[in-house]
Structures are given as structure tokens and as C-alpha cells.
Design a protein around this ligand. Structure first.
Ligand code: ZN
Length: 331
């Protein structure tokens, strides 16, 4: 038993080991403990905030490809978007391409004391005579989208505002681009009131059932680059930085779904990669295997015959009760 104990990694060590594996993006963002979470109202009194890729491999991230814009920047250290008011920010919405799904974006205050309050626009910016609203009729919604088929919602109970966009993949692209704009500033008195906010993206079907969730902090300000540098510098200082790290560690301790990983993996060799993940129980192990199988199906089609749909590649993974064997990536 002692030798098994010595193999147990903490969450950070596990992250480090997984980061060396090709499948890291798959594992990193899957919140295994939430896979069987009961359905919750994404616009309710306290919407869930855990990130969860779910069965459709959902992800939402700012599109930074080929961008040299000054009006928005992203801090990967803080998982935070800094953006100027009333300027377009494109987001890449990733999922497995299943039709009939939607992405909902909802802003929420980050601090516990403010979380229950809906995020809405300040009096100045929602004024009908404000030039910002000449072509914008959703006067209370801070978060706007350029998508013509968007539905703007206000939850009658929680009074939260959100916007929902139907998702379609374009040929040859494995994500949908959705443009968003923020129609107030973080500093607006009577609106965001300098209180930090997050945007919560949920993958939903037409009936509002949630299949995935992603979250990014957002600050709406006049000098995104300057504010980002300032926040990152504050984070590096002992008082601010330590507090954040401590919170992160505590969050990780709550969800030690997979405790042990062994790998037999030499990145310099062209051969299959074998690794073993030990889960805390059979249920989580089954979920992990199902995710791998689903991933295999998707990638087999995606990589099978470029440009020729419906011709899958041979299975990429060999999964047994104990092991999953991966070939080297051929990207
Ligand atoms: Zn405002």
C-alpha cells in the first residue's frame, strides 16, 4: 500500500503531468465532478460558475487570431478580458458541431456580496437619446451581440439579462465566431459600480438544458492594455497574488477526481503513448473512458480525410479497462 501512496499526485502535479500529454486540453478543462450535476437554470438566482466542457466539448474563448487591435486584450494569467466599451470582441465558440445548440452569454458580479444582483446598464448609457443606442434597442443589456438571430432574455424571477445565439459550424472551421459588445463600463455609477464581473457562457439546447459552461472575467475600460498590465502587476505583489493562489488551491482540493497518473512516454520516439490514470471510483473512471471514446469518434471523423466528410480514420485510441494507448499526434 505504501508504494501506491507514493504514486498519488496532488492536483498541481497532475496538471503538470497531464500538460506533457497530448490529451491535456481534453482533461484540463473537464470538471469531472460536475459531469453528473443536475440541470440548473443558467439565468437563475445564482447561476453555476464551474467550467465544464461536457459531452459536446464546449469552449468559449476570445478570438485572438491575427489581431492587432488596441480595444481589447486578454490576460491569460488572470483569465480576464479587458475591453473598451461599445467595441466588437469576437469569441470562438467551440463544440463538436452537433446541430440545434445555442450559446448563452450572461454577465454576473464576481464578488460574493454582489453576486445576487443582476448586471444591468447605468442610467446614462441606457438613455434612449444616447448615440450608442441609435441602432441598439436592448437598453438594459450590458452584453450585446452582432448576431442577427440572437434572442435577448430577461429572467422574470432573477431579473438577470442574457443573450442567446444559435450555433452553426461553417465548412472547414471547427468553431463558430460570435461577436459581442459591452455597452457600459465597469466604472459606471448606478450600473456595474466598479464591481468586478464575469461572463458566463453556457451551451444549451432550445429548451434551455445546459450541456457545458465556460467563464471569463471582464473589465470594460478605456485603456484595456494599461489596466491589464496594472492588474497583472498587482497580482505579482505578495498581498494580492497570494490571496488568489490560495483560493485556487482550495478550489482544487475540493475536486481530486483523478488521483494518480503513470506514464510511459518518451516524446522523442515515434510510437504510441501509454498512460494510466487512476480515478477515485468506478463512476469517474467510466466517465473518463466515455469522454475518450467520444473524443476518438470526433477526431476520427475530423482527421479522417480532410475535406471529405464521412470518411473516418481508423480509431486513434485503444482503450481497455486499464489503459488508453495513443499514437503520436500527426498535426
Ligand atoms: Zn454605463
Amino acid at each position: 500500500m505504501e508504494s501506491q501512496e507514493s504514486d498519488i499526485c496532488n492536483a498541481e502535479e497532475m496538471d503538470m503531468l497531464l500538460s506533457k500529454l497530448w490529451l491535456f486540453p481534453l482533461f484540463k478543462t473537464v470538471d469531472w465532478s460536475s459531469v453528473s450535476v443536475p440541470l440548473m437554470n443558467p439565468t437563475g438566482e445564482l447561476p453555476a460558475r464551474n467550467e465544464w466542457q461536457g459531452e459536446y466539448f464546449f469552449d468559449a474563448k476570445v478570438d485572438l487570431t491575427g489581431v492587432h487591435k488596441k480595444h481589447y486584450v486578454v490576460s491569460s494569467k488572470l483569465n480576464k478580458l479587458y475591453v473598451d466599451m461599445d467595441k466588437v470582441v469576437p469569441f470562438q465558440i467551440h463544440w463538436d458541431g452537433t446541430p440545434g445548440l445555442y450559446v448563452r452569454a450572461l454577465m454576473m458580479f464576481t464578488l460574493a456580496d454582489h453576486m445576487k444582483n443582476p448586471v444591468k446598464r447605468c442610467i446614462t448609457h441606457k438613455d434612449k437619446d444616447n448615440p450608442m443606442n441609435t441602432h441598439y434597442e436592448h437598453s438594459e443589456h450590458v452584453l450585446a451581440t452582432g448576431n442577427d438571430n440572437a434572442e435577448y432574455n430577461m429572467d422574470q424571477q432573477s431579473k438577470r439579462y442574457s443573450v442567446k445565439v444559435p450555433l452553426h459550424l461553417q465548412q472547414g472551421c471547427n468553431y463558430a465566431l460570435v461577436n459581442y459588445k459591452f455597452m457600459c463600463k465597469t466604472s459606471c455609477t448606478g450600473g456595474l459600480n466598479r464591481s468586478p464581473t464575469d461572463v458566463i457562457f453556457t451551451l444549451e439546447d432550445a429548451g434551455g438544458t445546459v450541456y457545458g459552461r465556460q467563464i471569463i472575467a471582464v473589465k470594460i475600460c478605456s485603456c484595456p492594455k494599461r489596466d491589464k498590465e496594472k492588474d497583472e502587476a498587482n497580482m505579482a505583489e505578495p498581498s494580492g497574488g497570494k490571496r488568489k493562489m490560495k483560493v485556487k488551491k482550495e478550489e482544487k482540493k475540493l475536486e481530486p477526481a483523478m488521483k494518480k497518473i503513470k506514464q510511459e512516454f518518451n516524446p522523442n520516439e515515434n510510437g504510441p503513448v501509454t498512460f494510466m490514470v487512476t480515478c477515485t471510483n468506478h463512476e469517474i473512471a467510466e466517465m473518463a473512458k466515455n469522454h475518450l471514446r467520444r473524443w476518438d469518434e470526433i477526431k476520427s471523423v475530423e482527421w479522417g480525410a480532410p475535406g471529405v466528410p464521412g470518411v473516418p480514420a481508423p480509431p486513434l485510441l485503444h482503450i481497455t479497462d486499464d489503459v488508453a494507448v495513443l499514437p503520436q499526434p500527426y498535426l
